[in-house]
Design a protein around this ligand. Structure first.
Ligand code: CP
Ligand code: NVA
Length: 316
């Protein structure tokens, strides 16, 4: 397994399956894992707000016997110009792993390049791998299989969540259709990687302009906010451009009857998804949120492998 998890593509199919099975095991026998990370500390360095990612990592560390430290970027010397490199070199003397939520993906890459300890991407502008691992785990839980399912994603095709979904679906045997306006198309490099995955794993990936092309016969419909963190200045334009891509009950009728409705949350009710759909019988959004905890606990047990930091150095 790679030292870091910055992208879904950092994990092989086998490693993803191991994460899912480990999450099942920890849920079944939590007692067995309660001291597994005793003495380990995880730092959460967050440049953007968070509810789920922060709480699920903090609770997860605690349930595994470890400790977490939440650091708001603005409260660190980073905000006064200390370099990411120097910050990393200091942090790794104290903690056993870092989860970072950043604006630019380059920042999490820089952390990873400079750190000997594992770095986990807790959301960047490019990807949200922890979210999507939990999403795949949720689909597996509800549908029992992943292979052969069709996932339709509606809205901002360039969102971090859409990117990670594209990489995950194409690798795990699922077909994915992204319905978005052309100027909200996925990042070219991610698209290239996802297309490579789909060739290798015989899956379909299509970017289409119309909602109906994506959702017809879908097993899963997924949407994300139209205005991601950091895009607030474009809010008005985005809401107007993406309005035809709303996930509402008319759209849901085009999918399979037992279609799962998914959203990474936070949702903007009445914008990308209606109340009726997010609160309806097809919605699994709160299971997705819960599964962040289970999947990330599994990841932590696999990634924080080194023994706890030596805190006492004899003074000879
Ligand atoms: N889905 C997700 O990452 O939520 P938060 O922004 O609340 O962490
Ligand atoms: N695309 C959203 C996801 C939030 C979990 C954002 O980046 O704000």
């Amino acid at each position: 397994m790679n030292k870091d998890l910055l992208s879904i593509n950092d994990l092989s199919v086998e490693e993803m399956q191991i994460v899912f099975r480990r999450a099942d095991e920890i849920r079944k026998d939590a007692k067995r894992y309660e001291n597994l990370l005793k003495g380990r500390t995880l730092a959460l360095i967050f440049e953007k707000p968070s509810t789920r990612t922060r709480v699920s990592f903090e609770v997860g560390m605690w349930q595994l016997g470890g400790k977490s430290i939440y650091m708001n970027w603005n409260d660190m010397q980073l905000s006064r110009g200390e370099s990411i490199k120097d910050t990393t070199k200091v942090m790794e003397r104290y903690v056993d792993g870092i989860v970072a939520r950043v604006y630019s993906h380059r920042e999490v890459e820089e952390l990873s390049r400079n750190a000997k300890i594992p770095v986990i991407n807790g959301l960047s502008d490019l990807e949200h791998p922890c979210q999507v691992l939990a999403d795949m785990y949720t689909i597996r839980e509800k549908k029992k299989v992943l292979k052969g399912l069709k996932l339709a994603y509606l809205g901002d095709g360039a969102s971090n969540v859409c990117h990670s979904l594209m990489l995950a679906c194409t690798k795990l045997g699922m077909d994915m259709y992204v319905a978005c306006p052309e100027k909200y198309s996925p990042n070219k490099e991610i698209l290239k990687q996802a297309e490579e995955n789909s060739r290798k794993f015989w899956t379909t990936l299509k970017i289409v302009p119309k909602v109906a092309q994506a959702v017809t016969n879908a097993d899963i419909i997924y949407t994300d906010t139209w205005v991601s963190m950091g895009e607030e200045e474009q809010a008005k334009k985005r809401k107007k451009d993406l309005r035809p891509y709303q996930l509402n009950s008319e759209v849901l009728k085009l999918a399979k009857k037992d279609c799962l409705v998914m959203h990474c949350l936070a949702a903007h009710r009445g914008q990308e998804i209606t109340d009726e759909v997010i609160d309806g019988p097809n919605s699994v959004v709160f299971d997705q949120a819960e599964n962040r905890l289970h999947v990330q606990k599994a990841l932590l047990t696999m990634m924080l492998r080194e023994p706890p930091k030596q805190v006492f150095r004899p003074f000879y």
